[in-house]
Write a protein that binds this ligand. Structure first.
Ligand SMILES: NC(=O)c1ccc[n+]([C@@H]2O[C@H](COP(=O)([O-])OP(=O)(O)OC[C@H]3O[C@@H](n4cnc5c(N)ncnc54)[C@H](OP(=O)(O)O)[C@@H]3O)[C@@H](O)[C@H]2O)c1
Length: 288
């Protein structure tokens, strides 16, 4: 089993040995990574250049984060020793074609694009590029992320270490075999969306029983947070922790019975399977 790393404590623990970081595609995930990276003080804003498709979005990012932001990928990658790709999967090939002659041959590329394999990136660049594939999730924004990392053929152990350093500043990291990445996409990358649905639904239950909505949402979200922390901190099987809450002939067993009848378990399992299958399908669309 891969060894998880806990988030690095807040504060400046020494900056990355990166002279210029180009972050390509600062959308929902990319902005989260930018915010997490700058917030952890691993790299100062004056060493970061970000790109997006629209100039007004670039202006917003430049203003908010004090980084260079524009729409020219070729300009951003020029001289960069680290390039983080947070584009949509279908945009990655085009980006690589656009910059392959501008990119430093010794640059390290970290791609967070779902479905895009390290071998596709290596092939598109046409040289022995050092590539790491990362699958983070949006809680990286508040240093509670879960990121899985896989090394491409030419990435060195130091490259993996650098990627770990970056993503550990935004939450937990694990290093995994790349063959697991689609399953991981369906679980921890898509997972926050499933969890928001659960939080919302539990809160609605509270509202149905007369609780004010704001209070109900706080109770619901903190319950998920606390229960998750207990799993991670104790290392206990979730079923054992569930049994601790479930007093014989108490209230919880009635609630659990409803969940079983409603097929919650099967539904969540199927959600992960469907999302993972979709990720695999995108691979077929884009990795050829
Ligand atoms: N969202 C998640 O939770 C999550 C989690 C794990 C992995 N990922 C992966 O992260 C990637 C991005 O997802 P997202 O949800 O962040 O999508 P998104 O919000 O649509 O972000 C894509 C960004 O790329 C920019 N862009 C589009 N074309 C570009 C180009 N040619 N050059 C430079 N920038 C360009 C867009 O600019 P504009 O804003 O100006 O349009 C936008 O900011 C995907 O591959 C996804 O699989 C996402």
């Amino acid at each position: 089993m891969a060894t998880p790393r806990k988030p690095a404590p807040a504060g400046n623990e020494g900056q990355l040995r990166v002279k210029k970081l180009a972050l390509i595609g600062a959308g929902k995930l990319g902005e989260g990574l930018l915010s997490g990276l700058l917030g952890s003080q691993l790299i100062p804003p004056n060493r970061v250049e970000v790109t997006v498709a629209h100039a007004d979005r670039a202006d917003y990012l430049a203003e908010k984060y004090s980084v260079k932001a524009h729409t020219s990928n070729a300009r951003a990658v020029a001289g960069a020793d680290l390039v983080i790709i947070a584009l949509k999967p279908q945009q990655v090939k085009g980006f690589l074609g656009e910059v392959r002659n501008k990119l430093r041959r010794d640059a390290l590329l970290i791609s967070a694009a779902a479905s895009v394999s390290t071998s596709l990136i290596e092939r598109q660049l046409g040289h022995a590029a050092r590539v790491i594939r990362a699958m983070p999730n949006t809680p990286c924004l508040i240093r509670q992320g879960m990121t899985s990392l896989s090394a491409g053929r030419h990435a060195t152990p130091q490259d993996v270490e650098l990627a770990r350093e970056i993503f550990t500043s935004m939450g937990r990291t694990v290093v995994v075999d790349e063959k697991h990445m689609d399953a991981i996409t369906g679980l921890s990358a898509s997972g926050p969306a499933y969890v928001y649905l659960i939080i919302e639904s539990l809160a609605e239950g509270g509202v149905k029983m007369g609780l004010p909505r704001e209070l109900s949402t706080e109770l619901s979200a903190q319950t998920l947070l606390g229960a998750s922390a207990l799993v991670l901190e104790t290392g206990e099987h979730p079923a054992k922790l569930k049994d601790v809450v479930t007093t014989p002939a108490g209230c919880t067993i009635d609630g659990l019975l409803e969940l079983e009848e409603g097929g919650l378990r099967v539904t969540l399992i199927k959600a992960v399977v469907r999302a993972a299958e979709r990720a695999k399908q995108l691979v077929e669309d884009h990795n050829t």
